[in-house]
Structure formats: structure tokens, C-alpha cells
Ligand binder design. Structure first.
Ligand code: FAD
Ligand code: NAP
Length: 463
């Protein structure tokens, strides 16, 4: 009988250095059972990439021990701090991650900022292998005049605010304007536009923070424009159907051309909120209010396409259009940052240079997820590439390419962190915080009310 893993890693999705078909996962796993040593493996980051890498290593090696280090006090990365509150089904992956964390060969160490509290070199000295899965935590800048004006926010910060990311809890976006402009036409742009326009009563039973819900209840935003520098064929947002590009075009065309029936026309006329897509417009300048103190609009360069299909480039025609608005949300992508001077980083591509997950020129160092391939792709894409990195690491282990002899693993890092006054939190600590959040949400009928303040979280844990 085929081993279970084939179901979630079909041959068609295997990386280039896949095992030959004759070598089943079972026999791959058996190669380790003759070895005595316990490989100590460290994973940096507890988002989908970190957890799926750990899952693969634990499943395919009978003794490997995996420590997951996370800078936040809580696990799960963008599944907690990115995925929109009105998409709770996506967050079910947390159940799988929790199973992995419950393995007696896996440990979670939150509240540890790798690169600050402990260096990557110290981790490499303590472990047989280190996997960097720390995602893409920054946003890409617009690099246009006026970007720094109040009223201009990154979608990343806005998402962090409504999802309870501690560093964004005090963002307090000003929603007193009539019109918001979202720059970029990816799925994040759709998320933020939807959250701005959804009647708050539809969000009440989600895990959106109480502060965000309160602000959205007071919001005066009535119109949201989602602006793209290229055309409808090049939009980056996706739909959940086969042959998405064709279907997406059909939907867009139908919405644009179809004359609404009487009832639909009446419904639209009475709608209190509206949104629209604007194509062939590239941000050129944020326009200030007359007193120069905040954003009052955006100047867009009208563009045309050079080339065809998804590779077509937007080039300015020389015309401009000014769009009045009081809120500009820049949603043109996330960005990874270098973690530590000892780790190579490609600033242009915003990734750690790697070949199939092996960090170039650094034996024993690997990467997975957004920091490996850039800030695109959904959770299943991240799963596939994290399994691939896990697979490559185990191949290197078999080939004797990782350090031989025992490694101290967490024992050494714990001592270092203790000497630096860093207090890591465990997965069972997270489960206490989780229970507290769930209990705080109950009164309001929410799945949870997220804790926002790290000091309060530490206090709840007795520190
Ligand atoms: C707003 C938004 C919404 C999304 N919604 C969906 C969706 O609905 N469905 C879907 O399939 N995909 C969605 N995605 C995509 C999905 O979230 C990503 O594919 C996935 O999270 C990438 O995983 P990752 O582990 O590489 O990064 P992350 O999820 O960002 O995880 C990285 C982890 O590393 C930690 N970290 C960072 N630096 C350090 C450090 N120095 N030391 C220790 N830890 C560190 C971070 O705190 C974080 O926990 C969304 C993405 C965004 C941005
Ligand atoms: N529900 C979901 O499944 C979900 C939700 C959220 C996010 N995600 C995933 O997370 C990933 C990240 O999403 P994202 O929306 O941040 O990124 P994205 O999909 O890469 O979209 C970025 C958008 O910004 C535009 N852009 C980039 N640079 C620009 C510039 N200088 N000026 C103007 N426009 C610019 C891009 O246009 P060009 O194409 O012209 O470059 C594109 O429209 C995606 O893979 C997405 O699918 C999934």
C-alpha cells in the first residue's frame, strides 16, 4: 500500500532532487533507524513554513528532535496575524501545527528574536542543522513623494492592526474620510478593501480585535478604489476555481458589461458603500491637504502595457489622474529582511540565496517559505516548498553532509538566553494564553479576543 504521505505530496509536485520512484518514503525513513544519533534540528519561525518543515522532519526521521524558535510570544505567523478574520476556515491548519507541536520530539520556544537574542552562528554551533523560516516581515515601500504623510499606511500594518499584531496595536488608522485608495491588486488588497467595507455586524463573531471592530463601526469610509498599474489580465488576486485566469476575466467582464435588472439596480443605488477596480494607473505622488499635514489624494500616472500576458510591463503614457482620498493603503507586497550578518541575503530579490532550500555557501543552513522563495504563494504553496526543504535536509543527513557527533541543542541555547535575560515561552504557555483568549471572546460570541500586549501576556504567564 502506498504510504500516506503520497496524498499530500504528489509526484508532480516533487522538487528536482526527488527520491527515485523505487525508493519509498518508508525505506527513506528506515535508513535512519540503523543510525544511533539524534539529529538536533533548529527551525527559526513558527509560521506555516516552520511548522511544515518540522512536520516533514519528524515524520520522515524516527529520532530527529526539532526546536522551533519564534520572536512573538505566540505561534503560527501569518495564519494568526495575516489571514483575514472573516476567513476562519483557513486557520484550521493550526490544528495540524498543534499536533506537530505536541510531538515529544518537538519544542516551541517563543519570545526569542533570532539575530538579536541569539545569533544564527550560535544556533549552528548548537544544532546539526538550522532551517530559516522567518517569513517576510516588512512591506515594500512605494518610494514616491508624500509616502510619509499621515493617512498613508502599509496594508501590512493595517492587517496587523485588525489581526492583533502587538507592534501594530496602537496604529489607530483615521477612518473619518469618505474615500480610501488601495494600491496594488493582490489578495491582500482585496482583504483590506473587504474589511473596510464589510458591515461591522458581519465581523462581530470573528476574531478581529475589539479595537479594530470599534473603529470600523465608526468608519466613514464609503468608497474604496483598488488601483493596479497594469490591466485586468495581470491582476494578482486569485479565485478558487479551475482555470482561474479565464474565469476571472469572465467574471470581471460580466460585472462590467451586464446591465443590472431593476431589483439589482435599486439595490446598488441604495448601497451605502461601494468599491471599484481601476486599471492602468501607477502611483506617482501622495497629494497633501492644503495645510500639508495629511494625505488628501493620490496622483496616478496613466500607463499602457508593453508586451503581452502576465509578463507585460506598465509604462507611463505621460498623462496623470488625481484621485481625492483621505486614506491610502499601500498593498504592493511584503518584504523579507536580513536576519543576521552571517547569513547571505539577496537585497534585490529579498530572499536568502539558496538552491532548493540549501543556503548558498553555508553548509548545514537551510531555508523554507517566504524567505526562501519571496513573499508570494498561499499556505499550500508554502507547505510544498517546506516539505521540499525538509526532504533535502534529510538527504544531506543520509549523505553525511551534516556535522557528526552529538550536539547540545536547546540545552546550550537555553543557557545563553538565560545569561542574556531572555525568557522563552513554551507551547504549553501558548495554550494558557489561547485558553485566556477563548474565554475573553466567549462573552461577545467571538472565537477569541486576542491578547495584544506582550507585557500582559508575560504577566498572565507569571512573569
Ligand atoms: C495578509 C495576508 C493574508 C493571507 N491570507 C491567506 C489566506 O487566506 N490563505 C492562504 O492560503 N494564504 C494566505 N496568505 C499567505 C500565507 O500567509 C503565507 O503563504 C505563509 O504565511 C508564509 O509562511 P512563512 O512561514 O514563510 O511566513 P510567516 O507566516 O510570516 O511566518 C514567519 C514566522 O517567523 C517569525 N519570525 C520572523 N523573524 C523572526 C526572528 N528574527 N526570530 C524568530 N522568529 C522570527 C514570525 O514572527 C512568524 O511567526 C496570506 C498572506 C498575507 C500577508
Ligand atoms: N485569500 C488568500 O488566499 C490570500 C490572502 C492574502 C494573501 N494571499 C497571498 O499572499 C501573497 C502576497 O499577497 P500580496 O497581495 O501582498 O502580493 P501580490 O500578490 O504580489 O500583489 C502585489 C500587487 O502589488 C502590485 N505592485 C507591486 N509593486 C508595485 C508598485 N511599485 N507600484 C504599483 N503596484 C505595485 C502588483 O502589481 P504587478 O503585478 O504589476 O507587479 C500586484 O498587483 C500572494 O501570493 C497572495 O495570493 C492569499
Amino acid at each position: 500500500m502506498a504510504p500516506r504521505c503520497w496524498r499530500w505530496w504528489p509526484w508532480s509536485a516533487w522538487p528536482r532532487t526527488r527520491l527515485p520512484p523505487s525508493e519509498s518514503t518508508q525505506s527513506f525513513r528506515q535508513q535512519f533507524s540503523t543510525q544511533e544519533q539524534t539529529p538536533q534540528i533548529c527551525v527559526v519561525g513558527s509560521g506555516p513554513a516552520g511548522f511544515y518543515t518540522a512536520q516533514h522532519l519528524l515524520k520522515h526521521h524516527p529520532r530527529a528532535h526539532v526546536d522551533i524558535y519564534e520572536k512573538q510570544l505566540v505561534p503560527f505567523g501569518l495564519v494568526r496575524f495575516g489571514v483575514a478574520p472573516d476567513h476562519p476556515e483557513v486557520k484550521n491548519v493550526i490544528n495540524t501545527f498543534t499536533q506537530t507541536a505536541h510531538s515529544d520530539r518537538c519544542a516551541f520556544h517563543g519570545n526569542v528574536v533570532v539575530g538579536r537574542d541569539v545569533t544564527v552562528q550560535e544556533l549552528r554551533d548548537a544544532y546539526h542543522a538550522v532551517v530559516l523560516s522567518y517569513g517576510a516581515e516588512d512591506h515594500r515601500g512605494l518610494e514616491i513623494p508624500g509616502e510619509e504623510l499621515p493617512g498613508v499606511l502599509s496594508a501590512r500594518a493595517f492587517v496587523g492592526w485588525y489581526n492583533g499584531l502587538p507592534e501594530n496595536r496602537k496604529l489607530a488608522p483615521d477612518l473619518s474620510c469618505d474615500t480610501a485608495v488601495v494600491l496594488g491588486q493582490g489578495n491582500v488588497a482585496l482583504d483590506v478593501a473587504r474589511i473596510l467595507l464589510t458591515p461591522p455586524e458581519y465581523l462581530e463573531k470573528t476574531d478581529i480585535t475589539a479595537a479594530a471592530l470599534g473603529a470600523l463601526r465608526q468608519s466613514q469610509v464609503k468608497t474604496v478604489w483598488i488601483v493596479g498599474r497594469r490591466g485586468p489580465l495581470q491582476v494578482a488576486f486569485t479565485i478558487k476555481v479551475p482555470r482561474p485566469r479565464k474565469r476571472l476575466m469572465e467574471l470581471l467582464l460580466r460585472a462590467a458589461m451586464e446591465k443590472p435588472g431593476v431589483a439589482e439596480a435599486a439595490r446598488r443605488a441604495s448601497a451605502s458603500r461601494a468599491w471599484g477596480l481601476r486599471f492602468f494607473r501607477s502611483p506617482q505622488q501622495v497629494l497633501p491637504s492644503p495645510d500639508g499635514r495629511r494625505a488628501a489624494g493620490i496622483r496616478l500616472a496613466v500607463t499602457r502595457l508593453e508586451g503581452v500576458g502576465e509578463a507585460a510591463r506598465a509604462v507611463p503614457t505621460g498623462d496623470v489622474e488625481d484621485l481625492p482620498c483621505g486614506l491610502v493603503l499601500s498593498s504592493i507586497g511584503y518584504k523579507s529582511c536580513p536576519i543576521d550578518p552571517s547569513v547571505p541575503f539577496d537585497p534585490k530579490l529579498g530572499v536568502i540565496p539558496n538552491v532548493e532550500g540549501r543556503v548558498v555557501d553555508v553548509p548545514g543552513l537551510y531555508c523554507s517559505g517566504w524567505v526562501k522563495r519571496g513573499p508570494t504563494g498561499v499556505i499550500t504553496t508554502t507547505m510544498t516548498d517546506s516539505f521540499a526543504t525538509g526532504h533535502i535536509l534529510l538527504q544531506d543527513l543520509i549523505a553525511g553532509l551534516l556535522p557528526s557527533g552529538p550536539r547540545p541543542g536547546y540545552a546550550a541555547i537555553k543557557a545563553l538566553l538565560g545569561s542574556r535575560g531572555v525568557w522563552p515561552v513554551s507551547f504549553s504557555d501558548w495554550e494558557k494564553l489561547d485558553a485566556e483568549e477563548v474565554s475573553r471572546g466567549q462573552g461577545a460570541g467571538k472565537p477569541r479576543e486576542k491578547l495584544l500586549d506582550p507585557q500582559e501576556m508575560l504577566w498572565l504567564l507569571g512573569h
